[in-house]
Design a binder for this molecule. Structure first.
Ligand SMILES: [Zn+2]
Length: 196
């Protein structure tokens, strides 16, 4: 049971808010049971929302049922996608990666991105690490480097411009990251591609 303090990332107020707004991102992440009716729902349930003091949160259907709650007939939580946090990882991670690829972590913190996505920083880190096996920062660095490498190979843009277009905060950082990966500076690597 999740009351007062949560056992997993979303804070109690985030859980209430997800229920109030029927936030689809939380579908499958948790379930909300209603003390007064003895039923439990998905956060997206179309039924009228119970008062906050009557809500009890669970991380899984099993926990809600063990506590004696029955599934709601409208939102059918027993058919909800996922058994809880684990199965929403790909969706959360996928959305995070899209944003990271378009610069969400360039000069910004993981916490900022988590806030954009309505998640806790810990939830976001866990989702990305589970899905991609790396920390969000490392994933961002990898995506920047890949983009830069593509641009070096496929365009004639100046190296400085490529560094910034790829999300590097300075040319120095770009050069350092590139050298570490490819063993030569960007301009030398580019020439090597051309001469084949
Ligand atoms: Zn329901």
């Amino acid at each position: 049971m999740v009351t007062g303090t949560t056992r997993y990332p979303p804070t109690p107020s985030a859980l209430h808010e997800a229920v109030d707004t029927r936030d689809p991102r939380y579908d499958g992440v948790f379930f909300v049971a209603i003390r007064s009716t003895g039923i439990y729902c998905r956060p997206i349930c179309p039924s009228r929302r119970a008062r906050r003091e009557n809500r009890v949160f669970f991380a899984s259907r099993g926990e809600a049922e063990d506590a004696g709650f029955r599934p709601c007939r409208r939102c059918r939580p027993e058919l909800a996608p996922g058994q809880g946090p684990l199965e929403v990882v790909p969706r959360v991670a996928g959305e995070a990666v899209e944003r990271i690829a378009t610069g969400a972590l360039d000069g910004r913190s993981v916490r900022d991105l988590a806030e954009d996505l309505g998640l806790s920083e810990r939830h976001l880190r866990r989702a990305i690490e589970r899905e991609f096996g790396v920390a969000p920062r490392d994933l961002a660095a990898e995506l920047r480097l890949r983009k830069a490498t593509d641009l070096l190979r496929d365009t004639a843009l100046p190296v400085t411009r490529i560094a910034y277009l790829s999300g590097f905060q300075s040319l120095r950082r770009f050069n350092a990251a590139f050298l570490e990966r490819h063993g030569m500076p960007p301009s030398a690597w580019r020439r090597a591609q051309v001469t084949g």
